[in-house]
Design a protein around this ligand. Structure first.
Ligand SMILES: Cc1cc2nc3c(=O)[nH]c(=O)nc-3n(C[C@H](O)[C@H](O)[C@H](O)COP(=O)(O)O)c2cc1C
Length: 113
């Protein structure tokens, strides 16, 4: 589903072969649901890093769980109610250890004194 929504060919795996995919959903009728779910996604990735596990946010959860197929998957799992897909957090052990954070990008943070 994710690959089709992204418009990629069959050979491409948008989850990069990750052994675990966590899906974050948020209740649609809560005004801050997208922000709340995004914070969950960020915290999942930070927690994974702390445990030495690699992670990546994979998009298109909204489209997946808006579709009939996606709603059926949720229903089969016993998840009922109006939920929006916020993101997938893929987890796995990285091929290579990254010792240091990448240098910060220029012009992303502005200091005002
Ligand atoms: C909302 C959101 C959606 C993303 N979706 C994908 C995705 O579908 N596939 C992917 O490989 N990376 C995805 N990423 C990860 C980004 O491509 C990128 O690796 C990450 O934001 C770090 O980028 P930076 O190192 O340039 O800051 C997503 C990130 C965010 C914040």
């Amino acid at each position: 589903m994710n690959r089709k929504i992204g418009g990629w060919d069959e050979g491409f795996d948008p989850f990069y072969g990750a052994p675990v995919v966590l899906v974050v959903l948020a209740e649609k009728d809560w005004p801050t649901h997208v922000y709340d779910g995004s914070l969950v996604m960020g915290n999942l990735m930070l927690a994974a890093h702390t445990e030495g596990i690699g992670s990546c946010w994979i998009h298109r959860a909204k489209e997946e769980f808006e579709s009939e197929e996606g709603k059926q998957i949720l229903s089969d799992l016993g998840v009922t109610g109006e939920y929006e897909g916020i993101g997938h957090c893929i987890l796995g052990y990285p091929d290579e250890e990254i010792e240091e954070a990448k240098p910060r990008k220029d012009d992303y943070v502005f200091w005002v004194e």
